[in-house]
Design a protein around this ligand. Structure first.
Ligand SMILES: *[C@@H]1O[C@H](CO)[C@@H](O)[C@H](O)[C@H]1NC(C)=O
Ligand SMILES: *[C@@H]1O[C@H](CO)[C@@H](O)[C@H](O)[C@H]1NC(C)=O
Ligand SMILES: *[C@@H]1O[C@H](CO)[C@@H](O)[C@H](O)[C@H]1NC(C)=O
Length: 354
């Protein structure tokens, strides 16, 4: 009985102790390594998170600001989940001192700018999820301190501008997801430091132009997704400059202008051993109007036909002209010769008369 009482006493003490370290609405488990505060109706970061926490899940709340130095008591964090909140501002140094943090999920928030202070202290972050936010442009400060980042997900923002040095610190980056944004062109130099990049996903933008050397620095790229953009033509050199071991390129759902030039460029591209146009058989025409919705592969043999016919006509015309000229020349020569013969004969007859 005495033992039992002691046990009860110890248990209540222990639970009081842990509850004093675990915020109401959170669930602290696994030797206080996991703190789960998902759907706790928080509008601000909780004050009491055990310092031993390695995974902190704050997803599906209504937190709107990450104040400066928010996590100084939680330096052991490895995974921080903040998706599906109402975050519009990360104050400078909001995540500073999280030197063990490997994954940060900020997707489904309302972040519209990334200041230089956003990434301070996140040198060992490997994965950053920022999909479904309100970002419109990226510049050299956006990801300044993310030297170790390997995966960056910027899907479904409103990014229309990427300044040239935006990704310049990320030589370890392996995946860059930029699908469903508002990019219209790709300037050469924007990917210049991404020598480890394997996956570049640009599907679902409005890209119609790509500068010639833009993909050249991406010497590790295995997948380039340009599906569902506004490309009507391709420049051979843009893709020829991809110097990789092997790269798969996706190009479907673009408004291709099915002309002889396009057919020629694709023919050349498909003959390059290291490039794989995986969805080539799915490419459809938008222009000219008579070919709308036709598959490129169904019409491509005819695309250069008109041109071939023109060339043929020109050739035939030239040949005929030349032949005609030669014939005329020959005739003239003969006439002349005949005349000469005549006079010669005349002379001869004169001679014979003589
Ligand atoms: C989100 O934050 C804004 C201010 O930034 C506020 O007006 C709004 O009520 C918040 N929404 C929710 C669901 O908390
Ligand atoms: C990027 O984010 C979107 C939305 O959260 C998600 O569906 C997708 O799986 C993510 N992609 C990667 C590679 O993390
Ligand atoms: C081509 O389109 C079909 C139907 O839309 C789809 O199932 C298939 O996966 C596509 N092929 C490639 C290589 O994308």
């Amino acid at each position: 009985m005495k033992d039992f009482l002691l046990l009860v006493l110890l248990l209540t003490e222990a639970s009081r102790c842990s509850s004093s370290r675990c915020e109401l609405g959170c669930d602290c488990r696994g030797d206080l390594k996991f703190t789960i505060c998902s759907r706790a109706l928080f509008t601000a970061l909780p004050g009491r998170v055990p310092p031993t926490t390695e995974l902190l899940d704050l997803s599906d709340n209504s937190i709107s600001v990450i104040p400066e130095r928010s996590f100084t008591k939680n330096r052991k964090l490895r995974i921080l989940l903040l998706q599906n909140n109402n975050i519009s501002a990360v104050e400078d140094g909001g995540f500073s001192q999280l030197e063990f943090l490997q994954k940060l999920d900020l997707s489904w928030n309302r972040i519209s700018t990334l200041t230089e202070g956003f990434s301070i202290g996140l040198a060992f972050l490997r994965e950053l999820q920022l999909a479904h936010n309100h970002l419109t442009s990226l510049d050299s400060r956006s990801f300044l301190h993310l030297d170790g980042l390997q995966r960056l997900n910027l899907t479904s923002n409103s990014i229309h501008t990427i300044q040239v040095r935006s990704f310049s610190s990320m030589s370890m980056l392996r995946q860059l997801h930029l699908e469903d944004n508002q990019l219209t062109s790709l300037r050469s130099g924007i990917f210049s430091m991404l020598r480890s990049l394997e996956v570049l996903n640009l599907a679902g933008n409005q890209i119609s132009q790509t500068e010639e050397g833009v993909f050249k620095p991406l010497t590790s790229m295995t997948l380039l997704n340009l599906a569902n953009n506004r490309m009507s033509t391709v420049h051979f050199k843009t893709f020829l400059s991809i110097h990789t071991y092997s790269t798969h390129i996706l190009l479907e759902r673009n408004p291709w202008n099915c002309e002889c030039d396009l057919q020629r460029v694709f023919k050349k591209l498909r003959s390059i051993q290291r490039l794989f146009l995986d969805d080539y058989y799915n490419l459809t025409c938008k222009e000219p109007p008579v070919l709308e919705d036709y598959r490129l592969t169904d019409v491509d043999s005819g695309l250069c036909l008109a041109e071939t016919v023109t060339v043929l006509i020109i050739t035939v015309t030239v040949v005929i002209t030349v032949l005609a000229a030669m014939l005329m020349g020959e005739r003239k020569r003969k006439k002349k010769k005949k005349g000469k013969h005549w006079t010669q004969q005349g002379e001869l007859s004169d001679e014979s008369d003589y």
